[in-house]
Each structure stands twice: as C-alpha cells, then as structure tokens.
Ligand binder design. Sequence first.
Ligand code: GDP
Ligand code: IMO
Ligand code: MG
Length: 427
Amino acid sequence: MPALVLLGAQWGDEGKGKATDLLGGSVDYVVRYQGGNNAGHTVVVGDQKYALHLLPSGILSPGCTPVIGNGVVVDPSVLFSELNGLNERGVDTSKLLISGNAHIITPYNVTVDKVTERFLGKRKIGTTGRGIGPTYADKINRVGIRVQDLYDESILTQKVEAALDVKNQILTKLYNRRAIAVDQVVEELLAYADKLAPYVADTVLVLNQALENDKVVLFEGGQGTLLDIDHGTYPFVTSSNPTAGGACTGAGVGPTKISRVIGILKAYTTRVGSGPFPTELFDEDGEALRRIGGERGVTTGRDRRCGWFDAVIARYATRVNGLTDFFLTKLDVLTGWEQIPVCVAYEIDGKRVEELPYSQSDFHHAKPVYEMLPGWSEDISKAKSFSDLPKNAQDYVKALEEMSGAPISAIGVGPGRDETIEINSFL
Ligand code: GDP
Ligand code: IMO
Ligand code: MG
C-alpha cells in the first residue's frame, strides 16, 4: 500500500516543500493533514521559486491531485490569493480538493491570535499571527466553523454567534478591543462559498478509494515534530499534530495504510519563535549558518534561530513518528567548516542524558554535549551520488545516520529539484 508520510523531524523549515515536490511527479495525491498558512514551504523548479503556505507542495506537479484534509485549518482569503498567484504563473490548480470538514480560520481567530500574543508580552509563543491556535481552540471547544457551514446560512450565523458570544466579552472587557459584529463575519465568509464550492469534497472517501485502487498518496506535514502539540516543546509549539499519527486523524486514513514515514532532517538545526533550543548559537557560526543557509522565515520574514545538529532530537523524532527513513537536507550549507560540532547527548544538572527529557524544566536546562566531526571544503552542490561526496562529508552523513536511528535515504545538496542525492528509492 503506497501511502507515505513526509514530515519535519525538527522545529520546521527542514525542506519539506522541496522533498514533497521532488516526489510529486511520482505520486497521485499530495495531502496536507494539519496546520494552515503558518507553514512556509519553498519549492525551486529551474529558475522559478514558489513559496506555498496552505496549498500542498504537490500542486506544482501536473499529474498530482492536491488535497487539503479535514485536519487543516483554512483561511479562505489566503487560499484564494495563493491560488491566484499560482494561476498567474501558469500553474493549473483546478484539481485541488478541500475537505468539507476542514475548519475555517475566521477574521476573529486572527484577531484573537494577535491580541493574545501581545497580552503575553515576554511570555509570548512567537506565533505566526495567522489565527492557527485560536481556530484549533474553537474546534476543540466545539464552536468552530467548518467549510461545509458556508452552505447553510442559518447554521453559519448560529455558529458565528456562538463563537463570538464569549469572544466579544473577552475582546472588549479584557483586551480593550472593539466587539466583532456577527453579520459582518457571516457576510465575509458567505462571499467565499461559491468560489470554494468546486473544490469541496469528501476527501476521506476519495483518499481511501485511491488507496484501494493502488494509487500513491503522499501526506505532507507542516511544521515539525518538536512543534507538535503533544510531542513538541509545549507550550512553545503549534496547535496541531505534525507527527505521523496526525496524518491518520487529519486525513481520515487508518494507520494500517501507512507504508513509510520519512523524516525531513536538516544537517543543522533552526527554530523560529520562542522556546528552548539546546544547540542554539549566538556567535559568528550561528550567523554564518543563517547567511549561508538563507535562514529567514518564508511566512513571517523573521530570522531563524540557528544551531548545530542535535542527534537527541533526531532520535526522538524517529521514535515518536516511527520513521522508516530520513531525507537529510542542506548538507551543502556545512561546506567550509574545519570541524563540525554535533550534539550527541545533553548534560542536565551535571548528569549526561541520552534521550529527550519529558520534563520541560529539564529540557530548559539541557546543555549540549558535542562531538567534533571533521569538515570538508569541496563544493558538493553538483554531487549526484553518495560516492561523489568528499570522504568527510560521507562520514558526517554516516555518523548522523548512526546516531539518529533510521537510514538516510536522500541527501539535499542545494535548493533545486535536481540537487538531491538519492540513496534508497522512496517508492
Ligand atoms: P519547509 O517549511 O520544511 O518546506 O522548509 P522552508 O522552505 O521553510 O525552508 C527550507 C529552505 O531551504 C528553502 O529556502 C529551500 O529552498 C531550501 N532548501 C531545501 N533543501 C535544501 C538543500 O538541500 N540545500 C540548500 N542549500 N537549500 C535547501
Ligand atoms: P513550516 O511548515 C517553523 C512556529 C511559530 C511559533 C509556533 C506557533 O514552514 O515548517 P503558530 O502560528 O503555528 O501558532 O505558531 O510555531 N511555526 C513554525 N516554525 N516552520 C513552520 O512551518 C512553522 N509554523 C509555525 O514560529 O513558534
Ligand atoms: Mg517553512
């Protein structure tokens, strides 16, 4: 059963967009199963660069059907601006399917995200401000608005009323903001109904029938393992499950159908927003990784925090996702360092710890224990096979593989589709 999950093994921005696009030509469906337009996935095709936020990266592969699953939160204004942007560049987006059960990011969810962050001050999460957390909160509180609600004005009005009932109290009395009018929201949402209609489908049925007919389905995660609401560095996380199990709930496909789980792993580490990050660098090495790796957020334009590779995190990602493979990205960025530190364990309150501690306080105190690996200076961006890599680069990859607990089946040596070394085929 060819169903693959492709997800971030660290804190996001590992290169999921590139990896998905690379496989897009050989798969029938690419499915987003969680998150929303907090994601920023970059795909480089020839001299064209695309930044996708809500749409699955498979949208750039003509034979592939892109699907937005029930677990995704959809901001309709972002959806249409992204679709228009692609159409203007000649990309056919007509095959897109959107689950009628996906929740809608309403304007008030975006407002609540922004005011909550402002209210938190120094304790803020550093969210993308796209309304992601408040929309999932409404879903769990059973006051969310779903795509299908746009097709029944009376139900939509009642649901918006229910959602704003409490929110307006909070906005006016706690945050000193103006109340949001129900009619205005309903009108704004209804304006999308007709435009959305051609895309809305029972995606659970479509995907399960596709799998029964031996079609190849790729589930594309947004964010990363350490940003997972259950398995990440809570509370500095996103509000959904990017980990492998999220693909089942967020697309309505049973775990027995998943044949392969691929973790996208950057050859060093980055993080955007607040929260602990043991291998973070505050020196010129961190600055160099940011500059050479182009580590600036695709969604918010914020500089990404940069640090050395952390094998404790990679091992953890293998465990909580049941990874079968890694796709190691951005190895080319490490070219030029004489020695490359790799974090092999943590020291927490004087004790060596090999696995990610479950306790938040312990993780906040974790200091990286580094092993130095010899670097290389040769340009590796043209390497097509593992043997084209200089010996020290090969040894770096082998060491990471050994520490991380799953085979490295592909290596990225540049942002382009063809700048990839394939070791084991994913299909
Ligand atoms: P995503 O959110 O996981 O899809 O990753 P982003 O697109 O936010 O960030 C990854 C960045 O690295 C993008 O600018 C990609 O074009 C780029 N990239 C991906 N793989 C490679 C690689 O192997 N080498 C280099 N140099 N850049 C890469
Ligand atoms: P991709 O898919 C990196 C981070 C935010 C913030 C936290 C919560 O491109 O890897 P949210 O807006 O989701 O409530 O913010 O999660 N974050 C990401 N960091 N890459 C992403 O997506 C992210 N999506 C959310 O910076 O720390
Ligand atoms: Mg990104």
